[in-house]
Design a protein around this ligand. Structure first.
Ligand code: APR
Length: 179
């Protein structure tokens, strides 16, 4: 079933190796923490590129529970908006981590649809500091995004922007051999 969906999606899902802060699209997704006050990894890179106004807006939002997502402007980023989502801290996989990660993608895509965004880019949420195994995370991300795009016209395109080659390979493998 998922194979058929992905074939039908054509090029609506793309894997890129690079820096998500350079994407000039409607929205990039940030792998934030629940406090939404910045951090390392992609969170740090996005805050550095967006400038201090981003932190001000995040402070006013006041945080985000794992699995949910919040919208801010992109400020000095080439992306117009940032969708902040909070992945699960990996604790072995028996504490709901897979469902929480799936919820990150569902929540982020729901905001993208509500806002009418045509193009959205995701990092490999939870696979860095939070320790989610990259292959499992890629399978969850591809499965959720594939089914959501098959059921909705927006966003028209989703990019998985992977910072390193191994992550990009994991996403490409999941996209070509689902399940
Ligand atoms: N562009 C794209 N991807 C990036 C970039 C970037 N500029 N910088 C890092 N990444 C990748 C990492 O290599 C990893 O594959 O993003 C993925 C997610 O890793 P983290 O940024 O560590 O995010 P996560 O695992 O979800 O942990 C979130 O880390 O930075 C803190 O404040 C953040 O507490 C939160 C936690």
């Amino acid at each position: 079933m998922v194979i058929a969906i992905q074939r039908a999606l054509g090029d609506r899902i793309q894997v890129i190796q690079g820096d998500i802060t350079t994407m000039a699209i409607d929205a990039i997704v940030n792998a934030a923490n629940a406090a939404m006050l910045g951090g390392g990894g992609v969170d740090g890179a996005i805050h550095r590129a967006a400038g201090p106004e981003l932190l001000g807006e995040c402070r006013r939002i006041g945080g985000c529970p794992p699995g949910e997502a919040r919208l801010t402007h992109g400020y000095r980023l080439p992306a117009r908006y940032v969708i902040h989502t909070v992945g699960p801290l990996w604790r072995g996989g028996d504490e709901g981590e897979p469902d929480t990660l799936a919820a990150c993608y569902l929540s982020s895509l729901a905001i993208a649809r509500e806002q009418g965004f045509r193009e959205v880019a995701f990092p490999a949420v939870a696979t860095g500091v939070y320790g989610f195994p990259r292959g499992d995370a890629a399978r969850i991300a591809v499965a959720v995004v594939s089914s959501e795009l098959a059921a909705n016209e927006l966003p028209e395109r989703v990019y998985f922007v992977c910072f390193d080659a191994a992550t990009a390979e994991a996403y490409r493998r999941s996209l070509s051999t689902p399940g």
